[in-house]
Write a protein that binds this ligand. Structure first.
Ligand code: SF4
Length: 462
C-alpha cells in the first residue's frame, strides 16, 4: 500500500478482510482518511493506529477476523474494529477487550470518529482553510481503490430482503437499500474515465435492485432510467468497459438481461459480459426450502438452458453448500445430478458450517463432519471433470481477454468467462514479447487447458 500524505501526517494502518462488498467499504474509509490528510502505513510499527475491517459471515471468517485483531493488538496496540463482525461486539470484546472502538459495516462516520479520537488530524493553518469534507457516495469514484487500476467493484445496494436460514447478513447489514440508478451510473462513468476497463457489479441480491425504491426513475446523460437491474445494465453498457454481474437470482426478469449479452456494441463486443454469477446453493427442493432459498429447481434448470440457447457463449458461475442439516445421501446425489445436467462453467462449494445466530442452527439431523467432507470431495471431483471438459472445448478458439499482469514472459489475463479472484486465468505464453500491458485487451488464441485455466498466444493486440 502506498503512502498517501506527507511524512509528518498521522499514520493509519489498515487491514481489509472479507467479500467485495467489504472491500468497497474499506475503499471508502481509506478515501475519507486521505481527504482528511492521514497517511497510510504499510507496517504495524509505523502506524499510529490500526483499523481492521472484519468479516463475520461464517465461523472461519470470524476466526480470521479475531486473529487479525489479535495480531494488530499485539503488534501495535491501538486498534479500531469495523465491518460485519462489528455487529457482534460482545464476541470481539470477549476476545480483545482493549480495542478502541467497534462499529458495524458501512458505518464510515463511526470509524472516522474513532480515528479522530485516537489520532487527531494534523491541522496545517497554511493549507487547512476549510474543515475536511465528509464525502458523498459518488465522490468515492475518485478515491482510493484496493483493486488494480483497470477493474473496480461497483456496489449497487446494501442489505438483503431474503432470510436464508444459514445466513446472518440481513441481521448485520439490514434490509435491501438500493442506490439510485443515476448515482451508480455517475460513479461508473467516473471510474471508466479514471481508467477502469471492467466494472464488477456487486450487492447481496442484484436481481432485487431497486425494489425498495419502487424502481424510481432518474436521469442520466439526458435520458430516463429506472432504478432496476435491466435499466442499470442498459446504462452501464453505454460505457466503454466490460460489465460483469455478480449475485444474480434466476428470476424471470433476468431473461431481459440475456438480451443485452447477445446485443453488440459498434466494435462487435457484447454490450454486457455474457457472464452470470448465480448462487444456487443446492438443487434439492426440500433442502432449498430448509435453506429458505428463493426459486424452484426444475424451473431453474429450464431457465439456465433457455439462457444458454439464447446466448451460447454465456458463462454461469455458482456456489453450493454441501452437508446442510438433514441432507440425505439421495438429496446429495440429486445435487450431483444437477451438476451433470446444468453443466455450470465455474463452481465454488463449501461444507456447511454453522454460523452463530443463524436460524439453520436449530435444524435437526446435522450431517457428521466426515460425511460433509466426503461429500465435498465427491462434489468437487464431479465438477472438476465438468469444468475441465468445458475449458477443453475452448481450445482452438480465440478469446477476448483483459490483461491483469505481466509475470516473466507471460501475460496473466482473463477472458470474459473469468471474474477476478474467483475464476480461472488465461496464461498468455508470448505476452511480454507481444507488448501486452496490464489493463489492455487482446484476442488470445487458446492452445491448451486444464481444470481451471487456459493457455494461449496473442492473436491480435489492440
Ligand atoms: S440472499 Fe440469502 S444468503 Fe444472500 S445475503 Fe440474502 S439472506 Fe444471505
Amino acid at each position: 500500500m502506498n503512502d498517501i500524505a506527507t511524512p509528518t501526517a498521522p499514520r493509519v494502518g489498515f487491514i481489509s478482510l472479507g467479500c467485495p462488498k467489504a472491500l468497497v467499504d474499506s475503499e471508502r474509509i481509506l478515501t475519507q482518511l486521505r481527504v482528511e490528510g492521514y497517511a497510510l502505513s504499510p507496517s504495524y510499527d509505523d502506524a499510529d493506529v490500526v483499523v481492521v475491517n472484519t468479516c463475520g459471515f461464517i465461523d472461519s471468517a470470524v476466526e480470521e477476523s479475531l486473529d487479525a485483531i489479535g495480531e494488530a493488538m499485539a503488534e501495535n496496540g491501538k486498534v479500531i474494529v469495523t465491518g460485519c463482525l462489528g455487529k457482534r461486539a460482545d464476541v470481539i470484546r470477549e476476545a480483545h477487550p482493549g480495542v478502541l472502538s467497534i462499529s458495524g459495516p458501512q458505518d464510515y462516520a463511526s470509524v472516522m470518529d474513532a480515528v479522530h479520537a485516537a489520532l487527531p488530524p494534523r491541522h496545517d493553518p497554511f493549507i487547512d482553510l476549510m474543515p475536511a469534507p465528509r464525502l458523498g457516495a459518488e465522490d468515492y469514484a475518485d478515491g482510493v481503490k484496493l483493486t488494480p487500476k483497470h477493474y473496480a467493484y461497483l456496489k449497487i445496494s446494501e442489505g438483503c430482503n431474503h432470510r436464508c436460514s444459514f445466513c446472518i447478513i440481513p441481521s448485520m447489514r439490514g434490509d435491501l437499500v438500493s442506490r439510485p440508478v443515476d448515482e451508480v451510473l455517475r460513479e461508473a462513468e467516473r471510474l471508466v474515465r479514471g481508467g477502469v476497463r471492467e466494472l464488477l457489479v456487486v450487492s447481496q441480491d442484484t436481481s432485487a435492485y431497486g425494489v425498495d425504491l419502487r424502481y424510481a426513475e432518474r436521469e442520466w446523460r439526458g435520458k430516463a432510467y429506472q432504478t432496476r437491474m435491466k435499466a442499470l445494465c442498459e446504462g452501464l453498457s453505454e460505457l466503454d468497459a466490460w460489465v460483469r454481474l455478480h449475485y444474480v437470482y434466476p428470476y424471470p426478469h433476468v431473461d431481459g438481461i440475456i438480451e443485452l449479452m447477445t446485443a453488440r456494441r459498434a466494435d462487435g463486443q457484447p454490450r454486457l459480459l455474457p457472464y452470470l454469477d448465480i448462487p444456487f446453493q443446492h438443487a434439492s427442493p426440500r433442502i432449498l426450502k430448509l435453506m429458505k432459498r428463493p426459486g424452484a429447481v426444475e424451473r431453474t434448470l429450464e431457465r439456465v438452458q433457455s439462457w444458454r440457447a439464447a446466448c451460447p457463449e454465456l458463462t454461469v458461475r455458482s456456489t453450493f453448500i454441501v452437508g446442510f442439516p438433514g441432507e440425505t445421501e439421495a438429496e446429495f446425489e440429486s445435487l450431483l445430478d444437477f451438476l451433470d445436467e446444468a453443466q455450470l462453467d465455474r463452481v465454488g462449494a463449501f461444507a456447511y458450517s454453522p454460523v452463530q445466530g443463524a436460524a439453520a442452527n436449530a435444524l435437526p439431523d446435522p450431517v457428521p463432519e466426515e460425511v460433509k467432507q466426503e461429500r465435498l470431495a465427491r462434489f468437487m471431483e464431479r465438477q472438476a471433470e465438468i469444468s475441465a471438459a468445458r475449458l477443453e472445448a475452448k481450445v482452438g478458439t480465440v478469446q477476448r481477454c483483459i490483461v491483469d499482469a505481466i509475470d516473466g514472459d507471460l501475460a496473466i489475463a482473463r477472458s470474459m468467462a473469468d471474474a477476478p479472484e474467483i475464476d480461472g486465468l488465461v496464461q498468455v505464453q508470448d505476452g511480454r514479447d507481444a507488448g501486452l500491458r496490464p489493463g489492455e485487451f487482446a484476442d488470445i488464441r487458446i492452445m491448451g487447458s486444464d481444470e481451471h485455466d487456459l493457455y494461449g498466444e496473442v492473436e491480435y493486440n489492440d
